[in-house]
Design a protein around this ligand. Structure first.
Ligand SMILES: *Cc1c(COP(=O)(O)O)cnc(C)c1O
Length: 355
């Protein structure tokens, strides 16, 4: 039976990305060696690194004056590394979910932190509006997609201080105006690659301004200078990121990814709104196109487990909601075909008829 992977992360990747990476793991560029055992300093891997960086720049239209680096440590290390490199005295954070809150917590090690707004009191089911950022903040940090609770800031905000964003779960799903940010980062395992690599896009002239001494490995400038080769980079995850970037380019780039994201989300949210068994969990205007959360209506609560089992038997994988929301979450990343969402919608329709 065809399986559709709705896992939140690590998550679905295009089949050809997995197959091409598997081939290179068996024999890298006909060298007779595995991608897993080659030197990261070999000419062939250098060209993988170069093409990966170049395609990120091309697809996201990253302007001159910015660098892109690939690191280990996940987005979670960035919660720490970002303030290490950018926070002199005071920074602002928009608290829109679990990940945003974790980022905010780490910044407190480096200075004053202003929480400009929070939707925590309503279980993060909307994105706060109408807040303002104190002028003397070094930056504002946002999390564009709230992977756990299912809200999204799907536009590039205009703010009065430098902007930094965690885009772990919506990178490359839409065109981004990179010039509005001084830093964009994310773990790759949602929309870009397998787990193990983190991308960081940096505005070069914003670095080195805190006056703080930064340990070599945590200083972004180290990795920019060494082209992400200061230490051994995660070779296989970078290769699979390259395959994903090639796939995105071949499929029409981020504008096409955006179009598909809207098509998938429209299909699923319309069914959530129509079906008598379910309702969505977040404010309509803030609905995420990537992380689609829904629960059983009160009178059908007892059908939660049966629906989960019904859908699982029909090939839907990973639709259980995060424990802090309950119900269901369908992660609809770039690689999710519309057929997968249609299959889930069919499950919802059939299950409604049965009940
Ligand atoms: C998954 C996720 C993270 C955590 O990423 P790690 O690479 O596991 O540290 C951080 N932020 C967001 C928005 C996420 O979705």
């Amino acid at each position: 039976m065809k399986k559709y992977n709705f896992n939140a992360g690590p998550s679905i990747l295009p089949r050809e990305v997995i197959e091409n990476t598997a081939k290179q793991i068996l024999d890298f560029n006909g060298s007779g060696l595995s991608l897993m055992e080659i030197s990261h300093r070999s000419k062939d891997f250098q060209s993988v690194m170069d093409e990966t960086a170049a395609l990120m720049k091309e697809l996201l239209e990253i302007p001159e004056g910015y660098s892109i680096i690939f690191l280990g440590g996940g987005a979670s290390l960035q919660f720490h590394q970002v303030p290490y490199n950018f926070l002199t005295k005071k920074a602002a954070y928009l608290n829109t979910g679990t990940w945003a809150k974790k980022a905010l917590k780490e910044a407190k090690f480096f200075g004053d932190v202003v929480e400009v707004a929070s939707s925590a009191a309503q279980n993060y089911n909307y994105v706060p509006k109408g807040w303002s950022v104190p002028e003397d903040c070094d930056y504002l940090h946002i999390t564009t997609n709230n992977t756990i609770f299912g809200t999204e800031i799907r536009k590039d905000l205009d703010v009065n201080v430098p902007l930094i964003s965690d885009m772990s779960s919506d990178i490359l799903s839409r065109p981004v105006d990179v010039s509005k940010y001084i830093c964009i980062y994310g773990g790759a395992q949602k929309n870009l690659s397998m787990a193990g690599v983190t991308f960081v896009i940096l505005k070069d002239d914003q670095l080195g301004k805190t006056g703080r001494e930064i340990p070599t490995m945590l200083d972004y400038r180290t990795h920019i200078e060494k082209g992400s080769m200061f230490n051994t980079p995660p070779v296989v995850p970078i290769y699979s990121a390259l395959e994903t970037l090639r796939w995105i380019k071949k499929n029409g780039g981020v504008a096409e990814m955006d179009k598909r994201a809207h098509q998938r989300a429209d299909l699923l949210y319309s069914e959530i709104d129509r079906n008598k068994l379910f309702h969505g969990t977040v404010a309509e205007e803030d609905r995420s196109l990537m992380s689609i959360c829904f629960v059983m209506n009160d009178e059908y609560q007892e059908l939660e487990k049966p629906f989960y089992e019904f859908a699982t038997e029909r090939g839907m994988v990973g639709i259980k909601g995060h424990r802090s929301v309950g119900g269901f979450r369908a992660s609809c990343y770039n690689a999710m075909p519309i057929e997968g969402v249609q299959a889930l919608v069919n499950c919802m329709k059939d299950f409604e008829k049965m009940n």
